[in-house]
Each structure stands twice: as structure tokens, then as C-alpha cells.
Design a protein around this ligand. Structure first.
Ligand code: NDP
Length: 276
């Protein structure tokens, strides 16, 4: 039997066991995926357990996404650019760290808004934290020609724009209105939206009617930003699909089957979110 895991601290809230458990059952795979609470001072010890062959790999969530870097034998280039590892794979007795969030972000839009990247146009990304880095890598890979990072702390946005290779510029959140007129895609990667919180001043009326709006926050599924965008007649995509799609490459590497993100899986996760 092949075993995989998600480690974090705390970890009880993680939806990953539901997601991977669904696929293991669906594809009839003799495997197991479980959540393991690993406090920061036990991370080193856990990697020894991993190297003993007990697991084929697993996911890494807060607070270990950076700390695990130094404990891996190899880090793939995307994880290095993003500055975080979310997926571990045991390969030829080596512990390999990768990051699949950028793939999950792009695959969600591929599925829900086909053609979203065809214009190779201009995007605004709200936020400059860990998740923003994955989204920025995805947009650069998909060929966006201008990507404005807007953040509460404008200096953090400017630093990130300088650090990452790509057509990035850093700004304050209050520059939204003057940049919005030429935008094809607006992405929220800040934690605003969680539990119904909203931006103080984000004039969506400044966006072109053709703009696509997506939020990577998925609790609630329709965040106030998405609800406002919908009211303004703009196309929206919610963030749950990013979570679903980022899990695909890990599952394939551990269990040898590329799983599908279906509406049945999405509905199951929505039900779990409703119950939590
Ligand atoms: P970080 O803590 O690294 O970054 C948080 C970001 O939000 C920063 O840019 C911060 O700005 C901004 N922010 C927080 N509070 C406010 C506020 N009151 N006003 C304005 N800006 C604010 O978090 P992550 O990047 O890791 O995660 C961000 C969100 O993305 C979370 O809600 C997380 O759940 C979600 N997420 C979703 C995923 C998915 O699969 N759908 C995957 C990963 C994350 P500043 O720099 O000024 O502090």
C-alpha cells in the first residue's frame, strides 16, 4: 500500500484528505492519505520518518512551507521561484520539494474560463504574500505582458516586482482606479474576503466590461469581491478550483494515476466547507 500525507500545525481543518481520499476510492488505488499534525520543532524528525520509506510523499501546509526547504535534497525551480514547497515526492530515495499552486491556479481558469490567457494581456494581482508569488509565476508563464502587483504595503509589492523575473510592477492598493482601465484579469490573493470581509475602496466600475475577476479565497465561495463583480456584470471564477487542481500533480506522482477534477468532487468539497 502507498501512503501519503498532509503535514501542518494545526491540520485538522485541511480538506486535502477528503480530496485525495475521493480520488483513491474513485480509481480503486490501494493507498492511504492522512493528515498529520507536525509542530515546527518536530519537522526535522518527520523528514527522517519520510526517508525511512513509510510514505511516497505528501503535501506541506502552514507553517512548514518555507522551513521544509532546507530539509529537502532537491527543490524544483518553480518552488524556488515561489519561495515555498507545498508538495513532497520521494524519488530515487531523494526528498524532492515542489510547488503546484501556480499550476492549480492556471488549471482552474483553464477549466472555468477557457481562453482566459489568449490575449496575453494585462493583469492586476491584489496582494504580495505567499500565494501571490504562485499566481505571479503562473501569469508570467502564460505570457501576460504587464502584471501590476497592488498591496496594502506598497513597498512589499515593489520589492516582489523587482525580485521575480517577469513583467511586474509594484503599487499601492489605492492606485487601482488609475490602472484598472486596461485590465484583462483581476486576481485577489490577499486574505481579504475570508469570512466575508471586503476591500474599503476598490472601484470595479473602472474595469473594462470584458475583464475576468477571480479570487483565490474560497471561504466563502463567492467572496464580497466576486459578488460585487457579478453585480457589475463581470465574469467571475471562484478559488475552490485552485485547491482542487493544485492537488493533481502530487496525486499523480505518488499514486501513478492522473486524477480528474470533476463537478462531483467540487460538490463534495463545497458540502464539506458548508459543514465546517
Ligand atoms: P500571506 O499572509 O502570505 O499574505 C497575505 C496578503 O494579504 C498580503 O498581501 C497582505 O498585505 C494582505 N492583507 C492581509 N490583510 C489585509 C488587509 N486588512 N487589507 C489589505 N491587505 C491585507 O497569505 P497567503 O498569501 O499565504 O494567503 C492569502 C490568501 O490566499 C489566504 O486567504 C489563503 O487562504 C488563500 N489561498 C488560497 C489557495 C487556494 O488554493 N485557493 C492557496 C493558497 C492561499 P500586507 O503585505 O500589506 O500585509
Amino acid at each position: 500500500m502507498k501512503n501519503a500525507f498532509v503535514i501542518g500545525h494545526p491540520i485538522a481543518h485541511s480538506l486535502s484528505p477528503v480530496l485525495h481520499g475521493f480520488w483513491l476510492k474513485k480509481y480503486g488505488i490501494d493507498g492511504f492519505y492522512k493528515a498529520i499534525d507536525v509542530p515546527p520543532d518536530e519537522l526535522n524528525q518527520f523528514t527522517s520518518r519520510l526517508r525511512s520509506g513509510e510514505f511516497v510523499g505528501g503535501n506541506v501546509t502552514l507553517p512548514h512551507k518555507q522551513a521544509i526547504f532546507d530539509l529537502c535534497d532537491e527543490i524544483d525551480p518553480d518552488a524556488r521561484a515561489i519561495g515555498a514547497v507545498n508538495t513532497l515526492i520521494m524519488r530515487d530515495e531523494k526528498l524532492v520539494g515542489s510547488n503546484t499552486d501556480h499550476l492549480g491556479f492556471a488549471a482552474n481558469l483553464d477549466q472555468m474560463a477557457p481562453g482566459w490567457d489568449e490575449k496575453k494581456g494585462t493583469a492586476i494581482v491584489l496582494g504580495a504574500g505567499g500565494a501571490a508569488r504562485a499566481v505571479l509565476v503562473a501569469l508570467a508563464v502564460r505570457g501576460f505582458t504587464q502584471i501590476h502587483i497592488l498591496n496594502r504595503s506598497a513597498q512589499k509589492a515593489r520589492d516582489l516586482a523587482n525580485e521575480l523575473p517577469g513583467p511586474f510592477s509594484g503599487h499601492a492598493l489605492n492606485e487601482f482606479a488609475e490602472l484598472a482601465g486596461a485590465i484583462h484579469l483581476l486576481v485577489n490573493t490577499t486574505s481579504i474576503g475570508m469570512h466575508g470581509t471586503s476591500f474599503d475602496n476598490l472601484p470595479l466600475s473602472a474595469l473594462p466590461k470584458s475583464a475576468l475577476i477571480t479570487d483565490i479565497v474560497y471561504t466563502p465561495l463567492i467572496t464580497p469581491l466576486l459578488a460585487d463583480a457579478q453585480k457589475a456584470g463581470l465574469r467571475i471564477v471562484d478559488g475552490l478550483g485552485m485547491l482542487l487542481h493544485q492537488a493533481v500533480p502530487g496525486f499523480e506522482a505518488w499514486f501513478g494515476t492522473r486524477p480528474e477534477v470533476t463537478s462531483e468532487l467540487r460538490d463534495l468539497l463545497i458540502e464539506k466547507l458548508r459543514q465546517s
